[in-house]
Design a protein around this ligand. Structure first.
Ligand SMILES: C[S@@+](CC[C@H](N)C(=O)[O-])C[C@H]1O[C@@H](n2cnc3c(N)ncnc32)[C@H](O)[C@@H]1O
Length: 221
């Protein structure tokens, strides 16, 4: 399989504008094509009651409400750079009646948390819209805020393993806006590079849409 990652097409400001614009229709895509991978990620994260969890780029909160369900006695923080995605997330979360969370409008390159704060960090379908040069600095920031022994669970669009999956990468090449700027990526080598251990990767396909679910552990700083 070709492991070359295509160039990202959206700048930071374009990402904010894009996700502000598509916030109201995002869930359709998020449920139809990504639901299976999200479930797998939640299983791999195996969040225990009482843990401190961060979801980076929580979007409209599809995964965030699932984290809250699994962690009534802990605390969950969520961040995103799109105000409109965050507003949608807030409405969805308010319907759960849970109050053990905080949401922040901020950039994941500079997280507003102390070193070693979180037991678990989840992040879904964000690296697949970002330039490859950003992967290492962002993952270093994720590692900084994790506790020793903490786990990271990332979900992204990846390259297809069968012809049906590969259609999506072809769509990206022709018209990146149709996939909201997402193209296939592989994050495992980047996690290895900055010292995450015991890394596992799984491939998940839904309606042919290819996702990877990757989990790693922070063993040392
Ligand atoms: C494809 S959506 C995924 C949303 C959500 N994680 C999900 O899986 O449904 C990408 C999200 O990443 C957010 N995002 C992109 N760049 C970001 C950054 N630098 N910091 C924080 N959030 C970012 C966008 O605003 C958007 O909500």
């Amino acid at each position: 399989m070709n492991s070359h990652i295509l160039e990202a097409r959206l700048t930071h400001d374009e990402i904010i504008r894009k996700y502000d614009r598509i916030a109201s229709i995002y869930d359709l895509f998020g449920i139809l094509m990504e639901w299976k991978a999200r479930q797998r990620a939640l299983n791999l994260a195996s969040i225990h009651e009482g843990e401190r969890v961060l979801e980076v780029a929580l979007g409209t909160g599809l995964n965030f409400v699932e984290i809250l369900k699994r962690n009534s006695c802990g605390w969950v923080d969520g961040i995103d750079i799109s105000m409109k995605m965050l507003r949608r997330a807030k409405k969805r979360i308010q319907r759960t009646g849970k109050e053990n969370y905080t949401l922040y409008l901020c950039d994941c390159r500079h997280l507003p948390f102390e070193d070693g704060t979180f037991d678990v960090l989840m992040n879904q379908y964000m690296f697949d819209i970002l330039p490859v040069e950003d992967f290492v600095p962002i993952l270093e920031e994720f590692k900084r805020v994790l506790k020793r022994g903490g786990r990271i669970v990332l979900v992204n669009m990846t390259k297809g393993e069968k012809w049906l999956n590969q259609i999506y990468e072809e769509i990206y090449k022709l018209k990146p806006p149709l996939l909201a700027g997402c193209r296939g990526v592989f994050v495992q080598p980047f996690l290895e590079k900055i010292g995450f251990k015991e890394i596992e990767r799984e491939f998940v396909s839904q309606l042919g849409f290819p996702s990877e679910v990757v989990r790693g552990f922070k063993i040392s700083d």
